[in-house]
Write a protein that binds this ligand. Sequence first.
Ligand code: G6P
Length: 367
Amino acid sequence: AMIGKGEHRHYMAKEIFEQPQVIGDSLNALVNPSTRAVSLPDLPFDLATVRRVTIVACGTSYYAGLVAKYWLESVARVPVDIDVASEFRYREPVLEDGGLALFISQSGETADTLAALRYCKEHGQHVVSLVNVPESTMARESHAILQTLAGPEIGVASTKAFTTQLTVLACLTLAVARARGAISAAREAELSQALIEVPARAGEVLNHDERIRAIAEDVMLARDVLYLGRGASYPIALEGALKLKEISYIHAEGYAAGEMKHGPIALIDDSVPVVVIAPGDSLLDKTISNVQETVARGGRVIAFSDADGVERMKDSAVYSITLPAVDPFVAPILYAIPVQLLAYHVAVLKGTDVDQPRNLAKSVTVE
Ligand code: G6P
């Protein structure tokens, strides 16, 4: 069927604004309506026996996997290995029998990810794919699939596929945590409640669209942009930088905030916007210290935080966006949205081809 852009100028905008809906759809498929607990589709192996998880993906899907590594290790207490698919098999990874190998792909057709999947299948792994296209090659070749219900994604730069991947990965984390006895029933109920509220919170985040467009008028003049985050916000910094590069052609780099003093701080002056992903988690104090180091060198900080964080950065940040205060577990899903909007508006202001950026393909089917 033909998919229109509705009231939007670009597919990317339509897809960004669809996120509350498709996150909700993806969640509803995995949350039991009466108990409000996460329940995954039946898997042909027992999650309780999984001793190691290997995650492989490319591009934005890889960054979803990186967030899942933080979640699976901190919440489900299971060790996770992760790699980009184009490196994975060439390092001849050591895989113990019975491990879980998880492939994340919007299309289910990315050549390197598919090759990694076949390698893991030959090496005794339980192969699970998280795909948006259930008829895809990866889905067909896996022992089990998990599905994002994002609907067709037309914009080359991935948006709703990413946040729905995160949503399903959060559900997987809770299921693994429960199977391994790593989480109390009370904590599990808190985290699933936080997840259930994500669609509504995502709607609130989208209300900042106009304000982010105004910030984009400044960012569009930059030659380089730095994105910083710690913990599970680090992959969101990487994703923010990727989005900006992909569609606005401005050079951007995502960095772990604490690693900034080992290099990128040398680049900071008043011509470099520094986007800080700073949800109200246990790392906020440290991130704020990094913000102060940046400001001391003339950096112009754009802060994404909750009301408390914004208040604490009010003397340092040139711009700030106040996001809803949420359980830090679900913050990566929500903080992905303002970085998408920022990249989108910068690209529109620069007049680039937002939905079909030069040199990029929606699905990379050659290695
Ligand atoms: C291409 C697309 C990206 C996507 C990546 C992985 O680079 O432009 O948006 O994240 O491939 O694609 P997949 O379909 O495997 O998620």
